[in-house]
Design a protein around this ligand. Structure first.
Ligand code: KG4
Ligand code: ZN
Length: 336
């Protein structure tokens, strides 16, 4: 049995996991940094410093949970991009020193690919070809996988990411941060047809996304409403906002899958936790006869178990990183 100790520090969650080469999660400890809430967004320097404080106790806790000692760990995996550079560097430096100290291989993982592999934790048998819709706080990408290491981005956002669209509109209607999960919860009691917001780039053969016009439309809509009206219709506005974001994600994904005869669709990233996206995409996928996979809820948001999962194939192929490994913040899914 191979045990991979994995680290995720790309944004505001410090996470350490132990995952086996059969995609079994022996431990997945996450410390979400609540210190950013007062600022309405993640403060990079604060995130880096908290990762430094968290990473040693979290590693000890993960090993304890897994019932393993350092001597029973066979490889170290770490997300190296994309993300906040200072935050990534904490994980990368710690991972490198452990790999060196324990004389075991080091595996570099792209964070977005990690999100895709979160699906393997429940479905280890899942193999390309498939279409991956990656929707997180910083990314919205439609990725056509022909094979595990052969994929291309066929659509992406031209401005805001889907999670960002949720967070920013949630902020406009007075919800806290991060707005996505809060908006999802409130929208459950609302009327999704209460207000009509525009969908960006509606042309059928265009697989790119755009949420900036939508965001402006929500701001304009709210600007001439009095606070009491907004308060009274919070759930309805939230439901209408959610419907607009989800509809554009669903229609682009389904159009691409149908046109390119892809029978499997997988969803990844924090927004894959969204209840309406799960419901509508499942229904639309069924209509075109495609199978649809979402990660288990606990692996939708940033976590180290998905980084360990993405490292399994690299471990089996001996694709190891040297100790000169560096973090970098360039956006997007990529082979590294
Ligand atoms: O993948 P993730 O944890 O971090 C990044 O790599 O960005 O995604 C975080 C994003 C945030 O924008 C958050 O608001 C959004 O995922 N999110 C949701 C839900 N849960 C998380 N958005 C809509 N509905 C949800 N239930
Ligand atoms: Zn993420």
């Amino acid at each position: 049995m191979t045990n991979i100790l994995a680290f995720e520090t790309s944004c505001d969650d410090t996470s350490v996991a132990v995952v086996t080469d059969r995609y079994k999660v022996l431990a997945n400890i996450i410390s979400s940094q609540l210190d950013h809430a007062d600022f309405g967004g993640v403060v990079p320097e604060v995130a880096s410093r908290l990762h430094i404080r968290n990473i040693v106790p979290l590693t000890q806790a993960a090993l304890k949970k897994a019932g393993l000692t350092f001597g029973e760990i066979n490889a170290i995996a770490v997300s190296v991009n994309p993300g906040l550079i200072g935050a990534l560097l904490v994980g990368v430096s710690f991972a490198k020193s452990l790999a060196y100290g324990l004389s075991i291989p080091l595996i570099a993982v792209n964070h977005m690919l990690g999100h895709v592999y979160a699906n393997k934790l429940e479905h280890p048998e899942l193999e390309p070809p498939y279409l991956a819709l990656i929707v997180s706080g910083g990314h919205t990408e439609l990725v056509h996988f022909s094979a595990e290491d052969d994929f291309r981005i066929v659509g992406q956002t031209r401005d805001d990411a889907a999670g960002e669209a949720f967070d920013k509109t949630a902020k406009l209607i007075g919800l806290g941060y991060p707005g996505g999960p809060l908006l999802d919860r409130i929208a459950r009691n609302g009327d999704p047809d209460f207000a009509e917001f525009p969908r960006g780039l509606k042309q059928k053969d265009n697989y790119d996304f755009s949420f900036s016009g939508f965001k402006t439309a929500v701001r304009n809509y709210l600007s001439d409403k009095n606070p009491q009206f907004i308060e009274n219709h919070l759930a309805d506005i939230a439901a209408s906002v959610q419907k607009a974001i989800v509809e554009s994600l669903v229609s682009k994904t389904i159009n691409y899958a149908r046109k390119n005869k892809l029978g499997t669709i997988i969803v990844a990233g924090g927004v894959s936790a969204n209840s309406l996206l799960r419901k509508n995409l499942t229904r639309s996928a069924q209509k075109i006869g495609a199978e649809i996979y979402f990660p288990p809820l606990e692996y939708c948001m940033d976590n180290a178990a998905m980084i360990g999962a993405a490292a399994v194939n690299k471990f089996l192929r001996n694709e190891f990183a040297g100790l000169d490994l560096n973090a970098f913040s360039t956006k997007g899914i990529r082979r590294i």
